[in-house]
Design a protein around this ligand. Structure first.
Ligand code: PBG
Length: 343
């Protein structure tokens, strides 16, 4: 993670080299390997994303994400008990509503799929950490992460400030239902501050905010858009999500969200952005998460189904690499399998 100090470099190259120096001594047995292992990975580092679809009576498999299904709200309690018994760090909930409209108003319906699932999960497993994704793209008929307004040339663009109100209302509804943490994923400017003020104004000063502070406009969200039925009907998200070429901008986004009152930060996606995780880790004292997104999951599933890689080894290696880069916790669809493998 950090480059070696001049002292360490001198020590390594001061003549005590082969045959005296033999790094393999520390790899001879699993006992010594585990003593000197620099990075740990435990079920409690992992957060499982779950999709609750209001209209379902039975799970509906997501074809692009083998092993992942949209769930009926009635399955929430059982999921909570499973995640708790596996010792997961938590869950993050996404909702698929019965109806969508232009302003995403079902995002703040107190009887929508997310608030109902939160309440059922907290009843079934009160000490399971429940995070909710706060965004409107699953709730708008156009699929964008905000409310639209005509831009200067008559084309539609996302209205940043009008969207803040909807996000704050959704976060309030999630907090009232019992969410421990709300996680805005929309990339509107100022949303962390708007959500913090709304929560504090209604007596939810104990609800934490996990900001998707550094979220790139990524091709790796493809499978999720089927899972959450939220592909934009026109255009793309490059007007609000970050350019994959930028890292200084990541530090700026992280700093702004920290100043606005974020409790935890996130970088998303994870694997193509390990350098960004390392830089944000070094720049901010806040706990840092990384989202091992749907496309990253789908690639591993496809390669292992084709017999090209060993799924268990690949998953544990890539989750370790995200931790090694500097993430404290990882949102991943592999969470249940990985927790079982980690025992
Ligand atoms: C937006 C949101 C997205 C993901 C999480 N929250 C999709 C997007 O920004 O297009 C993607 C997660 C994944 O790909 O696993 N609400």
């Amino acid at each position: 993670m950090q480059s070696p100090s001049p002292h360490e470099i001198r020590r390594c190259y001061s003549g005590r080299v082969f045959p005296t120096e033999r790094p393999r001594r520390l790899r001879r047995s699993s006992a010594i390997r585990s003593l000197v292992r620099e990075t740990s990975l435990a079920p409690s580092d992992l957060v499982l994303p779950l999709f609750f679809n209001e209209v379902l009576d039975a799970p509906r498999p997501v074809s692009t994400m083998p092993g992942v299904s949209q769930l009926p709200v009635a399955a929430a309690a059982e999921q909570a008990r499973l995640c708790r018994s596996l010792g997961l760090g938590g869950v993050i909930l996404f909702g698929l509503p019965r109806t969508k409209d232009a302003s995403g108003s079902s995002a703040y319906d107190p009887s929508g799929p997310v608030p109902r699932a939160v309440a059922a999960m907290k009843d079934a497993a009160p000490d399971l950490l429940v995070i909710t994704d706060v965004c409107v793209d699953e709730y708008t008929e156009h699929g964008h992460c905000g409310i639209l307004k005509p831009g200067p040339r008559g084309d539609l663009e996302v209205d940043n400030d009008a969207t803040l109100e909807v996000l704050a209302k959704a976060a309030l509804v999630h907090a009232a239902a019992g969410a421990d943490v709300v996680a805005p994923s929309d990339m509107m400017d100022g949303r962390v501050g708007a959500i913090r003020r709304a929560l504090d104004g209604e007596g939810h000063e104990g609800t934490a905010i996990l900001s998707y502070a550094v979220k790139y406009a990524s091709s790796f969200y493809g499978p999720f858009r089927e899972a959450a039925d939220c592909a934009p009907k026109f255009g793309d998200r490059a007007g609000y999500q970050m350019d994959p070429a930028n890292t200084r901008e990541a530090l700026r986004e992280a700093r702004l969200d920290e100043e606005e009152g974020a409790d935890l930060l996130m970088v998303k996606p994870a694997l193509p952005y390990l350098d960004v995780i390392t830089r944000v880790r070094a720049a901010s004292p806040l706990p840092l998460g990384a989202y091992n997104v749907s496309g990253e999951y789908a690639m591993i599933k496809a390669a292992s189904a084709a017999g090209m890689i060993d799924e268990k080894r690949a998953v544990l290696e890539l989750l370790t690499s995200i931790r090694r880069a500097g993430a404290d916790f990882i949102l991943t669809y592999h969470a249940v399998d990985a927790a079982r493998w980690l025992g």
